[in-house]
Design a protein around this ligand. Structure first.
Ligand code: FAD
Length: 372
């Protein structure tokens, strides 16, 4: 979100300083791990759909600006019982906005996507205009674009504090004080710390990404295996993306399909989080795969951690920081589903920083719902 905001602000001619405590594209936050699902039939809430329309346009603009495709449209399946959050929520968005989709029952799923083993009463909603993006490629592209447009991007620099001063802000970073007209805070899992005075309930949580070796790599290639979210029981969803390969313990690139649990999260401090994944965690995933995706239930190639930043209602926090005189904007609390919005969030943060308002529909993300 920070690289997107820096690129959007630099594109509008603003003088931008970007501060990042780690390397340019690192694996210690929330934006690593090869793939992120994008989809428009949004089970989380129908109000995201108009923003997703804008996000799809913003992705197209970013693709044009970098001269390369960023979205892989392999389609996505939302699977579960008809009354599950994933299926019922997806259909609510489909109906509210008239979105293109196909509803598949177990027999249709078995014929078309035999990789999945569904329960008799499961259904699936297939959305063709969905798929995945490569987060590292996107962050790199946005940083390059911001840099090429004149942004001063500083890496290995920890912002340790900020204060509103007059019409602007002062930010302390590695002992220096930076004076600016506006501060945009996109600190991911560390946002709660940067915004401690505001009292926002932002909870960093540990999530695990597993790569399992498919028994038949061709059947799990993205061309035949859509991205998916499978509601296996209440508040327990399995998700995955087709084979993009992974580096195994011997350093070889092997076939590997990514899977994870969307709700199996552990609240953590991002600085002291356990980054090792236990054998028990791998075994729990293998057990679920054996039941629903038996072709993946063999070798776990790698298992790595990632961070979600949860809000109580799991909606984002995007807007002017209350009580900061309009000098600070926030993009935080993406609750494990923010990446597909990246370029539009950057543009919205640029609107807020330069004009104090945005035409984009962000009412659901109003920071004032949490501010103390
Ligand atoms: C396992 C996993 C799967 C996901 N799957 C999906 C998906 O399929 N689809 C989807 O849309 N979303 C998905 N998400 C969510 C999405 O990836 C995140 O919402 C998004 O990446 C958050 O971006 P961010 O910029 O807020 O955080 P980050 O990318 O972590 O960026 C925050 C940056 O701020 C820096 N920083 C923090 N504090 C300071 C400081 N004081 N000084 C300097 N720098 C600082 C950090 O080092 C970090 O680089 C997933 C997330 C995970 C972890």
């Amino acid at each position: 979100m920070g690289s997107a905001a820096a690129a959007a602000l630099a594109a509008r001619g603003a003088e931008v300083i970007g501060l990042e405590r780690f390397d340019p594209v690192h694996d210690r936050g929330s934006s690593h791990g090869d793939s992120r699902i994008f989809r428009k039939a949004y089970f989380e809430h129908p109000d995201y759909v108009p923003l997703l329309d804008l996000a799809y346009d913003a992705w197209a603009r970013l693709e044009a600006a970098v001269g390369a495709p960023l979205l892989t449209r392999c389609g996505a399946l939302m699977i579960g019982r008809p009354d599950s959050e994933v299926v019922a929520g997806t259909l609510a968005s489909v109906e509210r906005w008239g979105l293109d989709h196909e509803l598949l029952d177990t027999a249709a799923m078995t014929a078309r996507f035999p990789q999945f083993r569904l329960r008799a009463d499961d259904v699936a909603v297939f959305e063709a205009d969905a798929g995945f993006v490569r987060p590292e490629v996107v962050v790199r592209a946005q940083l390059d674009r911001a840099g090429a447009l004149g942004a001063d991007l500083r890496f290995g620099v920890l912002a340790s504090g900020w204060e509103q001063r007059g019409d602007g802000v002062e930010v302390v970073a590695d002992g220096d004080t930076i004076v600016a007209d506006h501060l945009v805070i996109t600190a991911g899992a560390w946002a709660g710390r940067a915004l401690a005075a505001s009292g926002f309930p932002l909870q960093p949580a540990r999530a695990v990404m597993y790569r399992f070796a498919p028994d038949d790599p061709a059947a799990f290639a993205p061309a035949r295996f859509p991205a998916f979210v499978y509601d296996i029981s209440r508040r327990d969803a399995l998700y995955g993306v087709g084979d993009l390969g992974a580096v195994d313990a011997t350093g070889r690139v092997v076939a590997a399909t990514k899977v994870g649990f969307h709700h199996r999260l552990t609240p953590v401090d991002p600085d002291t989080m356990e980054r090792q994944v236990s054998d028990g965690e791998v075994a729990a995933m293998r057990e679920v795969l054996a039941e629903h995706l038996p072709g993946l239930a063999g070798t776990c190639v790698t298992a790595t951690t990632c961070l979600y930043t949860m809000t109580p209602d799991e909606h984002f926090v995007i807007g002017a920081l209350p009580g900061a005189g309009g000098a600070v904007s926030v993009g935080a609390g993406f609750s494990g589903h923010g990446f597909k919005f990246t370029p539009i969030v950057g543009e919205i943060l640029a609107d807020l920083a330069l004009a104090g308002a945005t035409a984009a529909p962000i009412g659901l993300f109003d920071p004032r719902r949490f501010a103390v």
